[in-house]
Write a protein that binds this ligand. Structure first.
Ligand code: UD1
Length: 422
């Protein structure tokens, strides 16, 4: 298993290019199941979850070629209606193929995605949506069976604006002639990017002023041509890393408006942030008294739960007391005990983390237990004095393209190391 060896502290300095969004690439790749025509996607990041999605598409009857961040998806054979547990186990989002398969085949059999390190993560909102569209959902030996005689358009009100449920229901409704409306839909930029990709295939989707997604279903969709939006979580991660290390970094090829709350918080903390023209420039000005600003995670445009862990590493470096409330996932503080091993002062009470920041962090042996928690440890290691070793880097590889090269380009001393290969 790969580890990162990081020597700190360092002040990150320079420019970094943001990759295409992981969380937009996955559903857009799955949306290729909605057509028999060829689909061309650019700016697809080379990540473990993206590779898992390629395997998923291949298993379902597609052929994927991938070169230089461009994925071309074509038909290889008849579309299959079931997915193996091996793939769902590796990536919960595999469940999102249910919508396209139901739309095209009127049935889908997908292993129930179990809980994961960050929480139970049920799929009841997805299933209620499919049922509104005329499907019957049952479970059999760990699989969810979704079947429909006839699918019909419907008005669906989500009990929570789940990203996955919005995506899954939308990918089914685009092929059901008539009007489907999704109320209380997720407003995340990745949902907008999927809508843009579906529109390139000829889908008719609008989002009204109340945020309702209105779909005029079509009998068939055409080829897809789409460039994936910039990854706002990778963007936020580099913004936070620059702040935590008191650096001076220009983050390029991003969409600054997707990280507005984060930027506002950093300005309030005392950092200098200039945004515009696809870039964010963040800088610490010597001598400025910094202060911590607490957060509560929320659906977009609120503070992203995926940035909570990296932001906690930043709060550990800012003198003073602050707190974090994690309202999206019930168990998303596994990075906290690892940060404590590096000298941080954090106490957890249910969904709240209380942080007393400002004590120097020191390098330690720590372990990533999920994707964003893992990158939080990388940020802490860049701030800490001495050497840190971060185990289970495979979690981080799920969602950050060329992460060590990108940090090294900003002056970090970071090396990938595999003890079994030595
Ligand atoms: C997606 C993102 C993930 C991000 C999350 C919230 C991808 C691949 N993953 O995950 O990185 O952290 O959005 O922004 O894009 N819930 C239910 N029932 C359901 C569905 C969800 O109770 O049927 C709950 C979940 O357990 C969780 C909350 O709703 O507590 C949010 O989940 P959701 O928005 O669906 O997240 P994902 O789509 O799984």
């Amino acid at each position: 298993m790969d580890r990162f060896i990081i020597k700190g502290p360092v002040r990150l300095k320079g420019e970094v290019e943001i990759s295409g969004s992981k969380n937009a690439s996955l559903p857009i790749l799955m949306a290729t199941l909605l057509t028999d025509e060829p689909c061309v996607l650019t700016r697809v990041p080379d990540l473990r979850d993206v590779r898992t999605t390629f395997k998923l598409l291949t298993e379902l009857g597609k052929n994927v070629s991938y070169d230089g961040n461009m994925a071309v998806v074509t038909n290889a054979g008849p579309l299959k209606g079931s997915v193996s547990y091996d793939l769902v186990k590796q990536m919960r989002a595999s469940f999102w193929v249910a919508g396209p398969l139901l739309a095209r085949l009127k049935h889908a059999q997908i292993p129930l995605p179990g809980g994961c390190a960050i929480g139970v993560r049920p799929v009841d909102i997805h299933l209620k949506g499919f049922e509104k569209l005329g499907a019957v959902c049952t479970t059999l030996k760990g699989d969810i069976l979704i079947k429909a005689g006839e699918l019909k358009p419907a008005k669906i009100v989500l009990r929570f604006p789940s990203v996955g449920a919005t995506i899954n229901i939308m990918m089914c409704a685009v092929l059901i002639p008539g009007q489907t409306i999704i109320e209380n839909a997720a407003k995340e930029p990745e949902v907008d990017d999927l809508i843009a990709a579906l529109k390139s295939m000829g889908a008719d989707i609008t989002v009204d002023a109340q945020g309702r997604v209105i779909i005029e279903g079509k009998a068939a969709l055409g080829p897809m041509k789409h460039a994936v939006v910039a990854d706002r979580i990778e963007t936020g991660t580099f913004v936070i890393a620059a702040a935590a290390t008191r650096g001076d970094v220009i983050i390029k090829n991003c969409v600054p408006s997707h990280n507005e709350i984060l930027v506002e918080n950093l300005v309030e903390s005392g950092f200098e942030v200039v945004t515009g023209d696809g870039r964010i420039h963040i800088k610490y000005k010597e001598g400025v008294q910094l202060k911590p600003v607490g957060i509560r995670t929320m659906p977009y445009p609120g503070f992203a739960t995926d940035l909570q862990a990296p932001y906690m590493s930043l709060l550990c470096t800012l003198p003073g007391a602050s707190d974090i409330t994690e309202d999206i996932f019930e168990n998303r503080y596994m990075h906290a005990p690892e940060l404590v091993r590096m000298g941080a002062d954090i106490t957890i009470e249910k969904t709240m983390a209380k942080i007393k920041g400002g004590a120097p962090l020191s390098g330690a042996k720590v372990m990533a237990s999920d994707l964003r928690g893992g990158v939080a440890l990388v940020i802490a290691a860049l701030c800490a004095g001495g050497e840190s070793s971060i185990d289970r880097v495979y979690h981080i590889d799920r969602g950050y393209e060329n992460i060590e090269q990108k940090f090294a380009g900003l002056g970090a001393v970071i090396k990938r190391f595999n003890p079994e290969k030595q």
